[in-house]
Design a protein around this ligand. Structure first.
Ligand code: HEC
Length: 154
């Protein structure tokens, strides 16, 4: 009788890690999977210190920046939010990668990314781990090309 009761008690495993399933560095599980909690855990696991962002584009700050309304730029931002990249590249999460680009940089986040880093971002350098995995590569390249043109014009 006593033994039967004992066997039905489920032991509590308090040695289990709090976040057993952190997403991979370059995966895109979707923004619903990348909750604040998950992103904070990614940053904690990474262990590097938070940084801060600056304007690395030399684009001037203009009123009602047209890029904020541009569907292609909006699309790109949504793509990034689906990927683990967003965790380390947002000031809101204390991300260690923020000093090279910051999705929270205002008014236009891409101004925090240098033209050199944009090359890595689209896969023109050897740093595959820092290239954004998108499904629509053509659209991705055309947004970056538009940004390069914007930089030349400003
Ligand atoms: C675990 C944290 C972390 C994640 C996740 C992360 N990054 Fe980064 N990223 C950094 C840090 C830190 C740097 C600063 C440079 C370095 O240490 O390599 C950086 C730098 C970069 C750079 C600038 C490279 C250069 O040399 O100018 C690019 C581009 C970049 N990341 C893209 C991405 C993309 C795309 C993803 C997702 C596929 C991503 N990162 C995911 C932390 C991260």
């Amino acid at each position: 009788m006593l033994l039967a009761c004992a066997a039905s008690e489920v032991p509590v495993d308090d040695t289990a890690p709090a976040h057993p399933d952190l997403p991979e560095h370059s995966s895109c599980p979707g923004d619903e999977a990348l909750t604040d909690e998950v992103c904070l855990a990614v940053v904690e696991e990474d262990g590097r210190y938070p940084t801060y962002s600056v304007n690395r584009s030399y684009n001037p700050e203009v009123e009602d920046d047209p890029r904020l309304e541009d569907p292609d730029y909006i699309w790109l931002e949504e793509q990034i939010r689906d990927c683990t990249c967003t965790c380390c590249h947002r000031t809101a999460f204390g991300g260690p990668g923020v000093y090279l680009w910051d999705l929270d940089y205002e008014p236009v986040w891409i101004d925090s990314m240098s033209s050199w880093s944009m090359r890595t971002f689209v896969g023109e350098t050897d740093e595959a781990a820092q290239t954004l995995p998108v499904e629509d590569v053509e659209r991705f390249l055309s947004v970056i090309e538009a940004e390069r043109q914007y930089r030349r014009d400003h």
